[in-house]
Write a protein that binds this ligand. Sequence first.
Ligand code: DP6
Length: 359
Amino acid sequence: MSGERRPAAVTCTAPINIAVIKYWGKRNEELILPINSSLSVTLHQDQLKTTTSAAASRDFKEDRIWLNGREENINQPRLQSCLREIRRLARKRRSGSEEESTPCILSYRVHICSENNFPTAAGLASSAAGYACLVYTLATLYGVETELSEIARQGSGSACRSIYGGFVQWLMGERDDGKDSLAQQIAPESHWPELQVLVLVVSAERKPVGSTAGMQTSVETSPLLKHRAEAVVPDRVKEMCEAIRQRDFERFGQLTMKDSNQFHATCLDTFPPIFYLNDISRCIIHVVHLFNTYYGQTKVAYTFDAGPNAVIFCLEQTVDEFVSALRCCFPPESNGDMFLKGLPAGPAVLSKELKMAMD
Ligand code: DP6
């Protein structure tokens, strides 16, 4: 994350993160405490990201927020939790310090303006980047440096992971107050520079069932979700950490695909069922498995969040070949609005933009 500080006005950016072990289900709705730990890869800062500006002024009459150019209700509970917590920490930091006697922006109202450079609510982790950015921006404005992942979690669960770069684990924690439900980096972005991410935007439409409502219904109705959280994810998280530490793509890729598949199976096991994948998503899954079967090893892996858009992981040397395979399966005239972007998972910048709707 990065930020630029000016007097009482700040602009910051935060990237999306892609979960390779999914978070799905809360044990506490208000504090956003999950039923299982999860693990994600934060994308490169310059790629799919949210940019947020916040300004405080004695002239502002009330707190206000604009998302993608449209004013939104600032009184939404999750927004209020983030604002309240950051201001509480800012007050705590200030009390007793020399700054206390100087005029304080804490008594001013804020105006916040946030924009995504990718489709919002299309299952591309927009709330993760959005809340991580909001919290980081407010924290920079008020000079708060601690507890950012905990506060971002109260905006949107997956947002706590976007506070860090590289490979990030969100520990579910055990406490009722959520103080131990935090994200932590397990490896920096420099750890695995060969790892690349391709985002295949199958549809930029808003998803029919949002993550928050979807996971709530899953918790209430899916026996598979309970089994997953208790008996599958704990070992899978450990194994995934190991695969990442050893840069073992075979293991990383297989675990990523299995976890995505199990997440979508829990959606199907939810009653009424939730369908996030569409025919194009399923076709992409098929192409990935054909590609891997052809090579007799896992060279490419897919994962899908709460939407039909695919995120593909592969190593740098596989990108061109896999993109060629995709071009054959989805020739430009048949692939509608799908496009594909080559993105680095780590710091190595893959500057070319691969347009799959590709001219
Ligand atoms: C499928 O973090 O959007 O992307 O906590 O209710 O805001 P809330 O949900 P959210 O859920 C993300 C679900 C997921 C998996 C993941 O990112 O781990």
